[in-house]
Design a protein. Structure first.
Length: 245
């Protein structure tokens, strides 16, 4: 198992395995997502991490252990399992551990984490509750319970990163297909402020919301479109960062 940092191998392998379009765009994406994070000797929990794009990046940047929860990686999803094992072999990262579990089913056995990531997965923790979150208190209670578990899994000073798209988008309002995000079901998402308030209610602090632009536009895209106003007319993508005190 490799222990030293090896970002170039990660980038090369991710592109060769078609996990991302180009090395430049992937580097821009990971820099924007994790720019403030020092992974060296840290423990990481990647909730809904797919085949491990972000999990393997954390390991390549020096994380001591990464746990990736991916409910779709079960016995009936042979392609996902095969891809995971192939990536572990190619990258020599036995410290990346995959579990085909939901967060609710995950039993940490006393283990806690320094970095917790939910990338395009917060709404899937409980879709019914997410859809109805602002309608009845019982649905907020569902997410408060889930967020309390995340808080208990976090070490002191842990970094929480939540990336998704907001429910509020021009195309959703007009009830027409969004050319920038054609598959998004907008009613199954919530605004970042909603998540920030719920997470603050269980103890997380210092919320920071950013609005990423398209990676292919690079720094110019960040300057021109990396704001809430522009996001409303594009894909409404956001990243919410909070800390455990």
């Amino acid at each position: 198992m490799k222990t030293a940092q090896d970002t170039p191998l990660y980038l090369d392998t991710a592109i060769e395995e078609r996990l991302y379009s180009t090395k430049g765009r992937l580097q821009f994406h990971t820099d924007a997502l994790f720019g403030e994070i020092d992974f060296n000797n840290k423990t990481v929990l990647d909730i809904g991490g797919g085949t491990g794009l972000h999990s393997f990046y954390a390991a390549a940047r020096g994380a001591r252990k990464v746990v990736c929860l991916e409910p779709e990686a079960d016995g009936s999803s042979a392609g996902v399992i095969e891809k995971i094992h192939r990536l572990k072999k190619l990258l020599e990262r036995d410290n990346v551990e995959f579990k085909p579990l939901t967060l609710q089913a995950f039993e940490p056995e006393g283990e806690t984490f320094d970095v917790i990531l939910l990338h395009s997965s917060i709404n899937h923790l409980d879709e019914t509750a997410c859809i109805n979150l602002l309608r009845e208190p019982k649905f907020k209670a569902v997410y408060r319970e889930v967020f309390s578990k995340i808080f208990s899994l976090s070490n002191k000073g842990a970094k929480l990163i939540v990336c998704d798209c907001s429910r509020y988008n021009l195309f959703a309002l007009l009830k027409i297909r969004n050319p920038f995000a054609p598959t998004i079901e907008w009613h199954k998402h919530q605004a970042p402020e909603v998540w920030a308030n719920l997470l603050a209610g269980v103890g997380f602090v210092n919320s920071r919301i950013s609005w990423p632009s398209f990676n292919r536009l690079g720094n110019w895209g960040r300057v021109l479109f990396g704001n809430k106003f522009a996001a409303f007319f594009l894909a409404s993508s956001f990243c919410l960062r909070m800390d455990k005190p």
